[in-house]
Design a protein around this ligand. Structure first.
Ligand SMILES: Cc1ncc(COP(=O)(O)O)c(C=O)c1O
Length: 396
């Protein structure tokens, strides 16, 4: 196929040229005496991405799923109770992982399209007078449904109940794209992955852990070896790792953190919001609905879009890929066949979003969905024009 292809799944995301070049280095000695000159400042700068002074960052060679496992195995013991909401495939999978590790999960089921039900968390935490719940899980951005949850609200629920449970947040598809405040929100473990907002290939679970969670590790009895924080702490303090680190990815991470900090986190979040809103305007102009049920749940990194009855989103996604080289995200689990997802996170600008929206319109028309050609793109253009003129003029 001539021309470019478009990667608009919600991760892995496009890897910027600067990051790709940073990774393109000869293999290096992971025990070189000057490696700490590179790693120690990186560990410090990563804390800025999590907005933490107190937290400690760990880099595990793993995907995000390994980050979930590291969070629970370092802090909990078999039979411990955790509170978790299930409202999409990723919140479901973390619960499944907890259960397979022998934890007792108090599951709060919410509709797919809603977020963490903070009010129900608050009731459950108040009712738990003996503090049987040891950890509270919250998926900040449910990638399957395009729903962002209120993590500050979960912290309030814990505080109002004066409950000491740890707060674990899945930020795999939010951290480095949507505001995340480790210290202010009192988060004990945050899990991110390299392949989303960090704009890297998959392969790194990036965790940030509070002193309170680190203290729990001493008594936690779940089995762990590869993901043991203690081994990381022992070696990271001198700038090294307990086993062979994926240094090319970590070189890329240095470039990605530099890019995020140079742009400024506030601007990164604002850019994601603006681009995400452009996609939402397009969806509204197509007279189609998001899976996210209310505005407060809208995700700035991914939109899950419901196809009208009688259409198969898998067929649409296949056609987009085969005919136009556009990758859209599938509907997962019970949303399979019903929704398609547009990932709008990472190294992204108006040019890219408009191209994806235009091609999506073409695909919708090819599939026989009744939309007016140009309507979604037009709505997004109008939004970008209204909100971006000042920015553009300032840059000229
Ligand atoms: C919100 C969320 N959590 C966890 C994961 C699992 O991460 P990984 O596939 O990197 O193991 C994903 C993957 O897309 C995700 O979107």
């Amino acid at each position: 196929m001539a021309g470019i292809r478009g990667l608009f799944i919600p991760g892995p995301t496009n890897v910027p040229e600067r990051v790709r070049r940073a990774m393109d280095v000869p293999m290096e000695d992971q025990r070189a005496p000057d490696l700490p000159d590179f790693t120690l400042p990186l560990f410090q700068d990563l804390k800025r991405i999590f907005q933490t002074q107190e937290g400690q960052v760990f880099l595990f060679p793993s995907s995000g799923t390994g980050g979930w496992e590291a969070a629970i195995t370092n802090t909990l013991s078999p039979g411990d109770k955790v509170l978790a909401a299930r409202f999409g495939q990723f919140s479901h999978l973390w619960i499944d992982l907890c259960q397979r590790h022998g934890l007792e999960v108090e599951i709060v089921d919410a509709e797919w399209g809603e977020g963490v039900p903070v009010e129900i968390y608050a009731e459950k935490l108040k009712a738990d007078r003996d503090h049987k719940i040891k950890a509270v899980l919250a998926c900040q951005n449910e990638t399957a449904t395009g729903v962002t949850s209120d993590i500050a609200g979960v912290r309030r629920a814990l505080d109002e109940a004066k409950h000491p449970a740890l707060l674990f947040v899945d930020g795999v598809s939010s951290i480095a794209s949507i505001d995340f405040k480790m210290d202010e929100w009192g988060v004990d473990i945050a899990v991110a992955g390299s392949q989303k907002g960090f704009m890297l290939p998959p392969g790194l679970a990036i965790l940030c852990v509070s002193p309170k969670a680190l203290a729990m590790a001493k008594d936690a009895k779940l089995h762990r070896c590869y993901f043991d924080f203690a081994d990381m702490i022992r070696t990271n303090k001198d700038g090294f790792f307990p086993y062979t680190p994926p240094l090319n990815l970590i070189r890329g991470l240095r470039a990605s953190v530099d890019m995020l900090l140079e742009e400024g986190l506030e601007k990164v979040f604002a850019r994601h919001h603006r681009l995400g809103e452009g996609v939402r305007r397009a969806v509204a102009a197509w007279n189609m609905k998001l899976c996210a049920k209310e505005k407060r749940w809208h995700s700035d990194t991914v939109s899950a879009i419901q196809l009208p009855d009688g259409f198969d989103s898998n067929a649409l996604i296949r056609h987009a890929y085969r005919r136009y080289g556009l990758s859209l995200g599938m509907g997962l689990a019970k949303l399979n066949g019903k929704v398609f997802r547009i990932g709008h996170l990472g190294d992204l600008n108006e040019l890219m979003v408009l191209s994806a929206l235009g091609t999506t319109e073409l695909v919708l028309r090819d599939q026989g969905v009744s939309i007016k050609a140009g309507s979604g793109v037009g709505a997004a253009i109008e939004h970008f024009h209204q909100t971006g003129t000042a920015l553009a003029v300032a840059a000229e």
